[in-house]
Write a protein that binds this ligand. Structure first.
Ligand SMILES: Cc1cc2nc3c(=O)[nH]c(=O)nc-3n(C[C@H](O)[C@H](O)[C@H](O)COP(=O)(O)OP(=O)(O)OC[C@H]3O[C@@H](n4cnc5c(N)ncnc54)[C@H](O)[C@@H]3O)c2cc1C
Ligand SMILES: *[C@@H]1O[C@H](CO)[C@@H](O)[C@H](O)[C@H]1NC(C)=O
Ligand SMILES: *[C@@H]1O[C@H](CO)[C@@H](O)[C@H](O)[C@H]1NC(C)=O
Ligand SMILES: *[C@@H]1O[C@H](CO)[C@@H](O)[C@H](O)[C@H]1NC(C)=O
Length: 506
C-alpha cells in the first residue's frame, strides 16, 4: 500500500525535491488522502456541509482557520496511514483535539491539513484496574457523565466543553489539582501514533522517556489516540457530587477579594480538596466591571473553612454554591456564543501588590479598549488568577516536564497563575485590541520582575502563540522533550511539518 501511494505521488515528491520547497500544495496533499480507500468518508473538503459544520465547533473564532481539507480518523490505524501519507507528501498539518485552543494556529491552520481527532471521543472504565480510557477528541462533560455512574471521576477541565487532548498534553488544571496534581500527572499510559506510522504505548515501564515528555510536551512528538487515566473515587460513591459554584461580588470589593485570595493561597496546602479562582471581568454591553470567585471542594464538604475569608466578604451579587455532579458544576462555565479571543498568561509569587497591579491595569486597559472599539464591539474580558501551591506541584513526583518544582523552590512561597482573556466579535477588533493586551501582560511581567515575584513560567494551555511556554520549563526539561522527540520522531516531522501548536524551543 505504501509503495503504491509513493508511486502515485512520486511526481509530486520529485517536484518538491527539485524546487526545494518545504511543502506540497493543496491538491497534492488532499488528493493523496482522498486516494486511500481506508480513509473513505473521513476527509472533509471546503464548501461541503460536513466541513462547514465542523468549522463551527472551534471554541474561538480566532482559531477557526479553514484548512485545505480536514481529516477525521476513526481508528489508530487511520491515524497511522494519515501521518505517513502526510510525511511522504511533505504536507503541512495541524492537530485538533477538543478544539478549545484560543489563538490562530492553536489547532487548525490555513495552509495545510487539519488532523481532527473529533471521533476519538469515547470514554470507557475498567472497574478492575480503576483506569478510564479517554479519547483526545472528547470533552470533559461527556467524560464525567460516563464515569459518574461508576462513582469515580478524573482530573479534567472545569468547563464541561473543554477538550481532553490539549488539556492533558499541556498540563491540566482541575478541581482536583490540590489533591492529585495536574491532569498529566494522572496519565498511566498514552497510546500514540509516531511520525513513521507506528502505534505504540508509553507508560512507566514501556517507553518511560516518552511517557514523561508527553506530560507537558503537547503535540511535539506524535498523535495521541488514547489516554489511560487513574480515576478518583468520590468521597461517598453513592453521592457522586462535589461542592462548589461561583460567588459574585460588587466590583468595589476588589481589595477584600485580593486579601481573601492571598490568604487562601497561603493556606490551601492544609485543605487540598478546596480550590479557588478569582476573576475580574468586564462586559461592554453592560458597561460594568464585576468580580466572580469560583470556590470548589472535591470532598463535597459544604462551606469548608478554607473559604471563610471569601465568604465573609460582603455585598455578594450572586451565589451558586451547591452540592452537584461534576457535569452540573462544569456546565456553569460553558458559554453559548463564540468570539475572537486574545489570551496571555503569567505566573507570579503570591504577593498582593502584583494582584492589585493586575486589577488596576485590567480596569485601565478595558476602559481604553472600550473607547477605541466603540459601541457594539461585544468587548468582554475575564482576568482570572488561581493558586499554584506546593501540594499541586509535588503530586507530579518529578515525572512531568513542567519544571514547576524548581520555580516554587526558588520563589520560596506559593504563587498564582493568571490568564487574561479578551473577547471581541470582529476580526478587525482583535487586530486593534491585540497590542493593548500584549503590552498589558508585558507591564505585569515587568512589575512582578521589579518585586522579584515573576516565576517566568507560562502555562502552555493559557499561553498566546508568542509566549514560548516550553522554554519556561527550564533547560533540563526542554532537553528531555528534545531527546524524546529525536528518538521517537527522528525526522523532526512534528517540528517541521506541524504548523499549529507550540514547538520545542531551538
Ligand atoms: C472555556 C475554557 C475553559 C478552560 N478551562 C481549563 C481548566 O479548567 N484547566 C486548564 O488547565 N485549562 C483550561 N482551559 C484551557 C485548555 O486546557 C486548552 O484550551 C486546551 O488546549 C484544550 O484542549 P483541546 O483538546 O480542546 O484543544 P485543541 O485546541 O484541540 O488542541 C490544543 C493543542 O493540543 C495539541 N493536541 C490536541 N490533541 C492532541 C493529540 N491527540 N495528539 C497530539 N497533540 C494534540 C494540539 O497540537 C494543539 O496544538 C480552558 C479553556 C477554555 C476555552
Ligand atoms: C463523537 O463525535 C461524533 C462526531 O462529532 C458525534 O457524532 C458523536 O455524538 C460524539 N460522541 C460522543 C459520545 O460525544
Ligand atoms: C455594599 O453596597 C452598598 C450599596 O452599594 C454600600 O452602601 C455598602 O457600603 C457596601 N458594603 C460593603 C461592605 O462594601
Ligand atoms: C444544575 O442542576 C440544577 C438542579 O437540577 C439545575 O437547576 C441547574 O440548571 C443545573 N445547572 C447547570 C449549569 O446545568
Amino acid at each position: 500500500m505504501k509503495a503504491t501511494r509513493t508511486e502515485a505521488y512520486g511526481m509530486a515528491i520529485a517536484a518538491t525535491i527539485v524546487t526545494g520547497a518545504l511543502a506540497s500544495d493543496k491538491t497534492i496533499c488532499c488528493q493523496a488522502l482522498d486516494g486511500i480507500a481506508q480513509l473513505e468518508g473521513t476527509i472533509y473538503h471546503p464548501n461541503t456541509p460536513a466541513y462547514d459544520e465542523r468549522m463551527k465547533t472551534y471554541w474561538s473564532l480566532s482559531a477557526a482557520l479553514e484548512p485545505w481539507c480536514m481529516v477525521l480518523p476513526r481508528t489508530a490505524e487511520d491515524v497511522s496511514i494519515i501521518i505517513t501519507t502526510i510525511v511522504d507528501n511533505e504536507c503541512p498539518f495541524g492537530i485538533r483535539g477538543g478544539g478549545h485552543g484560543a489563538h490562530a494556529l492553536s489547532n487548525s491552520l490555513q495552509e495545510g491539513i487539519t488532523i481532527d481527532m473529533g471521533f476519538f471521543n469515547t470514554t470507557s472504565y475498567n472497574a478492575y484496574t480503576k483506569i478510564a480510557s479517554i479519547g483526545p477528541g472528547a470533552h470533559w462533560g461527556e467524560v464525567y457523565n460516563t464515569l459518574t455512574p461508576h462513582g469515580v471521576t478524573v482530573t479534567g477541565g472545569r468547563s464541561s466543553s473543554v477538550g481532553v487532548g490539549g488539556f492533558l498534553l499541556g498540563g491540566g488544571n482541575s478541581f482536583h489539582s490540590g489533591s492529585h496534581g495536574f491532569g498529566c500527572d494522572q496519565v498511566q499510559n498514552y497510546e500514540i501514533v509516531l511520525a513513521d506510522g507506528q502505534i505504540i504505548n508509553a507508560n512507566q515501564e514501556g517507553n518511560p522517556d516518552l511517557w514523561k515528555a508527553l506530560k507537558g510536551g503537547s503535540g511535539n512528538i506524535g498523535l495521541v489516540t488514547r489516554f489511560d487515566l487513574y480515576t478518583i473515587e468520590f468521597q461517598d460513591p453513592s453521592i457522586p457530587h462535589i461542592w462548589g459554584g461561583i460567588v459574585g461580588y460588587d466590583y468595589a470589593q476588589t481589595e477584600a477579594i485580593i486579601d481573601a485570595f492571598v490568604d487562601f493561597t497561603n493556606k490551601v496546602g492544609d485543605d487540598v480538596y478546596s480550590s479557588s479562582i478569582i476573576i475580574w471581568a468586564y462586559n461592554s454591553l453592560a458597561g460594568s466591571f464585576y468580580i466572580r470567585c469560583m470556590l470548589d471542594n472535591v470532598a463535597n464538604e459544604e462551606y469548608a473553612p478554607a473559604f471563610n475569608k471569601y465568604l465573609s466578604v460582603g455585598n455578594q451579587t450572586s451565589n451558586s454554591l451547591r452540592s452537584a455532579t461534576m457535569s452540573n458544576i462544569t456546565d456553569e462555565l460553558v458559554r453559548d456564543y463564540r468570539t475572537y479571543t486574545i489570551w496571555f498568561t503569567g505566573t507570579y509569587a503570591n504577593d498582593p501588590r502584583i494582584l492589585r497591579f493586575i486589577a488596576s491595569k485590567h480596569e485601565e486597559m478595558m476602559l481604553t479598549l472600550d473607547s477605541i472599539l466603540g459601541p457594539d464591539s461585544g468587548l468582554s474580558s475575564s482576568q482570572q488568577c488561581q493558586p499554584m501551591t506546593q501540594s499541586m506541584i509535588s503530586r507530579g513526583q518529578g515525572n512531568n516536564v513542567l519544571g514547576l518544582e524548581e520555580r516554587i523552590a526558588s520563589s520560596g512561597r506559593p504563587g498564582f497563575m493568571c490568564l487574561i482573556y479578551v473577547g471581541v466579535e470582529r476580526a478587525e477588533h482583535e487586530t486593534l485590541a491585540f497590542p493593548y493586551v500584549e503590552s498589558f501582560w508585558k507591564d505585569v511581567d515587568e512589575y512582578a520582575d521589579s518585586l522579584d515575584g515573576n516565576w517566568g513560567w507560562r502555562y502552555l494551555n493559557y499561553a498566546y502563540r508568542t509566549q514560548e511556554p516550553i522554554s519556561g520549563y527550564g533547560a533540563e526539561n526542554v532537553d528531555k522533550i528534545k531527546k524524546a522527540a529525536q528518538k521517537y520522531d527522528p525526522k523532526g516531522v512534528f517540528q517541521r511539518l506541524r504548523s499549529s501548536g507550540f514547538k520545542i524551543p531551538k
